[in-house]
Write a protein that binds this ligand. Structure first.
Ligand SMILES: [Zn+2]
Length: 223
């Protein structure tokens, strides 16, 4: 099974990916992390990617796809894997199918309204010392604006400022709507409501995955 995770910033996509990894044993493929490892290890791909980045160019699809391809042949990926942050467009989605054509695929969108994204990210605070993340509403620090662990003053990241969120959401919608359309036509798209706690969202994802893994044809799409 290939699980493609989609979701706006603040949807908890990364956290849900890790929970799926833990429960089902499907490793998460985070292309950004992989790229860093390849560069660190100085592999051929890593060197190519590094040269591009040094010239200020974007790392092209060939490099990223090559990197994914070299991973998924390893035994730990045999049962399945989770894609987080890739594909971002239809061409990339198709390339992924080309390198692993026989894999059952599902795309899960963790849906949050724009309003909910603004609320969640606007309430997020980060500790500049230990990088611990808080939420003023759901996970506040014990002392106002002060990190529980290292007592640094918490900050609102530039990325989480309203005007930046607006831009991030615009990019997200542009990229994701085409993908949703693509996976809907393939009949592998599922929408999971992202409101609620990490646990309740994960319960819904688990229920979906259990059904899909069992191979049930009567899958109820969460609206
Ligand atoms: Zn801290």
């Amino acid at each position: 099974m290939r699980i493609i995770l989609l979701g706006p910033p603040g949807s908890g996509k990364g956290t849900q990916g890790s929970l799926i990894e833990k429960k089902y044993g499907f490793p998460k493929i985070s292309t950004g992390d992989f790229l860093r490892i390849e560069v660190q290890e100085g592999t051929l791909l890593g060197k190519e990617a590094e040269a591009k980045m040094r010239r200020g160019e974007l790392v092209n699809d060939d490099i990223v796809v090559g990197m994914i391809k070299s991973r998924i042949v390893k035994p730990e990926y045999k049962r399945g894997y989770i894609m987080d942050g890739f594909p971002r467009n239809i061409v990339q989605a198709q390339r992924l199918e080309e390198i692993d054509p026989d894999r059952k695929e599902i795309a899960i969108e963790i849906f949050l309204s724009d309003q909910a994204v603004f609320e969640r990210l606007g309430e997020r605070r980060v500790c500049p010392g230990c990088e611990r993340i808080y939420n003023l509403k759901d996970k506040p620090p014990k002392k106002e604006d002060i990190c529980d662990a290292c007592e640094e003053k918490l900050i609102l990241r530039d990325d989480d400022r309203a005007e930046v969120i607006k831009d991030r959401m615009k990019v997200y919608h542009e990229q994701t709507e085409a993908l949703i359309d693509y996976y809907t036509k393939k009949n592998v798209y599922f929408k999971i409501e992202g409101e609620g706690t990490i646990e309740t969202v994960f319960e819904k994802i688990s229920a979906l995955l259990d059904r899909e893994i069992a191979g049930s044809q009567e899958v109820e799409i969460t609206k």
